[in-house]
Design a protein around this ligand. Structure first.
Ligand SMILES: C[S@@+](CC[C@H](N)C(=O)[O-])C[C@H]1O[C@@H](n2cnc3c(N)ncnc32)[C@H](O)[C@@H]1O
Length: 270
């Protein structure tokens, strides 16, 4: 059986927004994505989570859809979005699609790496391509593995989850498999709760190759949401892709449907 990523259960979902308290980054992400969309355009977020980016975009008047395989994360999204502006679906983005097309499809906050084999990552990228409208953009945000790849000893760090809780994080790298295993221990006054979390990281240029195999072509890459250059000092990247064959449409038979698109079945909105 293919390895599966760690599931965001209720406990992790309850602290997710405190794990990543990056309001400035979120505001810039929302502004950037809004700039890519036509007025009242359509955006799909794969791994939409608690709606950190999806909800503010929907509040700007865009038609925002999200897919996630964690009911607990989607429940937090609905709390953040009492008017139900975001259309959310429960589903695995490596296996299911919406059956619809979008001006922008996003995969943010390292979520590609939650697909823990390169085959799952390619399927996820194919699924993104399939749901991209002609002329649309696929936007992927991920950390640059350079900082972690050569780590030979476990890394221990502490996150503050508000005034009365902390999270102890242990990170171990298996360089031979490009796998990162994190163990999160939540200390909030109750019994300590531990969750294991696995990622298959990929370097930006490997992602470009996987994207090419999925029928996507790199358009631009930035080091941050404000449009800073991606350089060897960058800790992450925001990469923008288009459907390959768009400019020379019709020259290759696979451009019409995209490689492997037939595997994606549609799931109904919640
Ligand atoms: C790091 S969080 C990112 C959430 C949100 N995109 C953000 O930027 O704040 C990753 C999300 O992807 C979801 N996820 C991971 N693998 C998935 C899969 N195969 N199918 C659907 N959702 C998945 C998790 O449940 C989680 O909500």
């Amino acid at each position: 059986m293919a390895p599966a990523h760690a599931h965001y259960d209720q406990k992790l979902a309850s602290v997710y927004d405190q794990m990543y308290p990056i309001q400035a980054d979120t505001d810039q992400a929302v502004a950037y994505l809004a700039g890519l969309l036509p007025p009242t355009g359509r955006l799909l977020e794969l791994g939409v989570g608690t709606g950190r980016v999806a909800v503010p975009l929907a509040e700007h008047g865009f038609h925002v859809h999200g897919i996630d395989d964690s009911e607990a994360m989607l429940a937090k999204l609905r709390e953040r979005d009492p008017k139900g502006l975001v259309t959310s679906r429960l589903g695995d983005f490596t296996a299911t699609g919406t059956g619809e097309r979008f001006d922008v499809v996003t995969l943010l906050m390292n979520t590609l790496f939650a697909a823990v084999t390169k085959e799952q990552q390619i399927t996820c990228l194919r699924n993104a391509r399939k749901q991209l409208a002609p002329g649309g953009r696929f936007v992927l945000q991920a950390f640059d593995p350079a900082l972690y790849h050569t780590m030979s000893r476990p890394d221990l760090s502490v996150r503050y989850l508000g005034e009365t809780a902390i999270m102890l994080d242990t990170l171990v790298i298996d360089r031979s498999q490009q796998i990162m295993v994190g163990v999160h221990t939540i200390l909030d006054g109750g019994p300590p709760q531990t969750r294991r979390h696995m990622l298959r990281y990929a370097f930006p240029f490997e992602i470009d190759l996987l994207a090419e195999l999925a029928g996507l072509r790199l358009v631009s890459r930035m080091g941050d949401w404000a449009g800073g250059a991606y350089t060897s000092a960058s800790t992450g990247h925001i990469s923008v892709y288009e459907r390959a064959g768009e400019r020379d449409a019709g020259t290759r038979p696979e451009d019409a449907a995209g490689p492997g698109e037939a595997d994606c079945t549609a799931v109904r909105p919640l």
